[in-house]
Design a protein around this ligand. Structure first.
Ligand code: XMP
Length: 524
């Protein structure tokens, strides 16, 4: 259990392996409720005693409760006398565990948007629901099985076409169970449901950023004393906020290394180094390693290979520069809570790797460094809030995320300096357009990808044979799911014209309208 958490009222999320369990925690944190996610295998009777939750949530999960040996919570959880909310698989496991029945097969599944109709009896959990004209509520479903018979003590408070028991509750025991996912963005009123649940459970909401900042500064001072810390500064929100927080705690005992891999956006290195070194007076080493990275990436077009090369070189370069900092004993990392949460693994092996993410893992052991991870209890939004608390400019805090491997993964196929040059210019025009139209803050992330195809065009009276590019812009709350941004045709047309006119080397512009899933945000 996180040490920091002991001062707060705690909610326990038992994870049954849903892809969106973390979103439950985010919703709760937004409500100033401290919660932790623990895989069901780890939640033993002894754990429950030690954790002493004020309320419990069962997450969704990919298994079927009709399968023998499928995951279960410990029986003891039902005897704690605290409210429990079951989501999707969590609903089914609760029903089955308390004497109801769950079935699978034809007609029991529902995927995507659905509408829940209320039952005649309204309960406090649903205060603020069913308020639109039609009196229904939009929710997001993703289930194969469904509850066919309620457990004793439960009643139905909402139904949907594929889930006759979409919302169920045993008011006496304060056990609630829903078939849909209130934590995802596509259940627009889901936060209200969580709010009603935690207020009913008696949470005061004592998790604030101001308090976190003071505690975190003290904790860093206690851990580091008068020793030195090094930090890989990427210019992204996480490492920037971590650096600012450390600087506040230990001043010049911190040195940052900014690795320029030649895959940054237009003017990015100057902006980052300028801001931290000149504006905030941090000690920053600017490692200019463009030739090394681009040299090793020459001729490589496989996305995973690109990621691995960049990850490896990043570590080498960081280590080289860090070795020059005498007496450094700690490495600071902007690790966030989502990286810390141990995920449920059914096979016993690691879950499917969609993309190997870029980080500095392995470094601390190799260099004999201890870790300082001042953000490890926070979600991305909370990091932004902390950044504001620390006085980082909004223009910095509000920047769209930028991946560690940089433009390499926005350049499918071989990376060449020519293509990177074209990509940088096109990206700058696109972002300029978005800012000019006042859309930057509405969009989670926007960028250009240069495609590995050339197409024929006509400009003036001449034939052109240049690269095509794709514009990407998505809305998202956390990068885990995303929708494409619905630009107007005027905006798209104007942007395409500007890019083709202003960027030599591109003669065709397309707009990527793929959501995530099934796509990912980046192209590689
Ligand atoms: P995908 O493409 O997986 O991206 O939908 C989700 C979010 O993660 C960012 N991303 C990365 N960030 N290192 C990072 O620090 C990486 O290797 C990496 N790959 C993707 C991506 O930009 C998006 O915000």
């Amino acid at each position: 259990m996180e040490e920091h958490a002991r001062h707060h009222e705690r909610l326990l999320i038992i994870d049954f392996g849903s892809q969106v369990t973390q979103l439950i925690a985010r919703r709760l944190r937004e409500l100033s409720v401290y919660c932790e996610i623990h895989p069901y295998q780890n939640v033993t009777d002894a754990f429950l005693d030690e954790f002493s939750p004020k309320a419990v949530i069962f997450s969704g999960g990919p298994d079927s409760v009709t399968r023998e040996g499928s995951p279960r919570p410990p029986r003891k959880v039902y005897d704690l006398g605290v409210p429990i909310l079951g989501i999707c698989y969590g609903q089914q496991v609760m029903m089955q565990g308390l004497g109801g029945r769950v079935v699978g097969g034809e007609g029991t599944s529902e995927f995507g948007r659905a509408w829940v109709e209320p039952a005649p009896d309204r309960i406090d959990l649903l205060k603020g629901w069913f308020m639109d004209g039609a009196g229904r509520e939009q929710v997001w479903m993703s289930h194969g099985d469904h509850v066919a018979e309620l457990a004793p003590g439960f009643a139905v408070y909402g139904t949907s076409p594929g889930a006759p028991f979409a919302i169920t509750a045993d008011l006496e025991r304060r056990f609630y169970a829903v078939q849909f996912h209130p934590e995802v963005h596509h259940t627009p009123n889901g936060k209200t449901l969580y709010e009603n649940f935690v207020r009913d459970a008696g949470f005061a909401g004592d998790w604030t950023m101001g308090a976190y900042r003071e505690e975190a500064v003290q904790k860093i001072r206690d851990q580091v004393g008068d020793r030195k810390v090094i930090c890989a500064l990427s210019g992204g929100v996480d490492s920037s906020v971590a650096a600012a927080l450390l600087h506040e705690a230990i001043g010049d005992q911190l040195t940052c290394v900014f690795v320029d891999h030649g895959l940054l956006r237009l003017n990015e290195a100057e902006e980052v180094v300028g801001m931290f070194r000149d504006h905030m007076n941090l000690q920053v080493i600017h490692a200019q390693e463009q030739d090394l990275f681009l040299g090793e990436l020459e001729g490589v077009s496989d996305p995973e290979q690109k990621r691995k090369i960049i990850g490896r070189l990043f570590i080498d370069v960081f280590q080289k520069h860090a070795n020059d900092i005498e007496g450094a004993e700690f490495l600071a990392q902007g690790t966030l809570y989502p990286d810390v949460i141990e995920s449920v693994s059914f096979s016993g092996g690691p879950s499917v790797t969609i993309k190997s993410h870029h980080n500095v893992g392995g470094l601390p052991e190799k260099m004999g460094l201890k870790l300082v991870e001042p953000l490890r209890e926070l979600f991305k939004d909370e990091v932004r809030a902390l950044g504001r608390e620390l006085g980082l400019p909004d223009s910095f805090i509000g920047r769209h995320p930028f991946p560690g491997p940089g433009l390499a993964i926005r350049c499918p196929g071989e990376i060449t300096t020519d293509k990177l040059e074209i990509l940088r210019k096109a990206d700058a025009v696109y972002i300029d357009q978005i800012r000019k139209h006042g859309l930057y803050d509405e969009i989670w992330q926007a960028f250009v990808a240069i495609l590995p195809v050339r197409t024929v065009g006509v400009m003036g009276d001449g034939r052109t044979y240049d690269y095509a590019c794709a514009l990407r812009a998505v809305t998202s709350v956390d990068g885990m799911t995303a929708d494409y941004y619905p630009f107007s045709h005027d905006f798209l047309g104007e942007t395409a014209t500007r890019i083709i006119n202003e960027v030599k080397g591109i003669n065709r512009v397309t707009y990527d309208v793929t959501s995530k899933p099934p796509g990912t945000i980046e192209w590689e």
